[in-house]
Design a protein around this ligand. Structure first.
Ligand code: GAR
Length: 215
């Protein structure tokens, strides 16, 4: 399976996916890293790993979001992409693009969905006094941070956490969860059925995934 990772910034999740893809027997190849931000750090990191990169700035398309995304879709076809992994892609996609890539596009979000959709999840978790936080990988649907959940990882909230320490703990979990979720999807171990992700075949893959906490 040929995968494209979409990044808007530093791309640490993209790197975690690329490293997993480079392992022998992993069921996906990182064929392309795409960004809407031509100077995103993630593009440079991908190039240094020998991965093809492409950028198309949304700024060149004014208010015409769909024209930007038709350009992106063309790039995906040129690189024969089968699956898109949004990895810190900080731009909402139009229903047209989401439907074009329905069940072929996954996203990582830094919360235990459906709680804490949107931005600044760590700050809001702390403000609510939640005791557990985490991250989710889900298939993308037109509504923001919605869609069938592939896998989740939970981390505890420490009494003395601030947003930065909590974000770092979640990010460590993200780097373990996203390759795990990509393996489930790319290997065909799970698929979407009735807006839920279900396991295929007789062996039940680990869908709820609690990574060992490495800090
Ligand atoms: C990650 O924490 C990811 O979950 C989050 O942005 C960060 C990107 O970091 N994504 C979202 O908030 C999407 N709504 P990275 O560029 O180092 O992977």
């Amino acid at each position: 399976m040929r995968v494209a990772a979409f990044v808007s910034g530093r791309g640490s999740n993209m790197i975690a996916l690329a490293e997993a893809c480079a392992e022998a027997g992993f069921p996906a190849d990182m064929a392309l890293v795409f960004s809407n931000v031509p100077d995103a750090g993630g593009l440079e990191r991908a190039s240094s790993l020998g991965i093809a990169t492409a950028a198309l700035s949304h700024r060149d398309f004014g208010k015409d979001r769909e024209a930007h995304e038709r350009g992106i879709d063309k790039i995906m076809h040129e690189h024969e992409i089968d699956l898109i992994c949004l990895a810190g892609y900080m731009r909402l996609l139009t229903p047209w693009f989401v439907e074009t890539w329905r069940d072929r596009m996954i996203n990582i979000h830094p919360s235990l969905l459906p709680a804490f959709k949107g931005l600044e999840t760590h700050e809001r978790v702390l403000a609510e006094g939640a005791k557990w936080h985490g991250c989710s990988v889900h298939f993308v649907r037109p509504a923001m941070d919605e869609g069938p959940i592939v896998a989740q990882a939970a981390v505890p909230v420490a009494a003395d956490d601030d947003a930065d320490t909590l974000a770092a703990r979640v990010l460590t979990a993200e780097h373990q969860l996203y390759p795990h979720a990509l393996r489930l999807v790319a290997s065909g171990a799970v698929r979407v059925e009735g807006e839920r992700v279900v396991a295929q075949g007789s062996t039940l893959p680990e869908i709820a995934y609690n990574p060992p906490l490495k800090e």
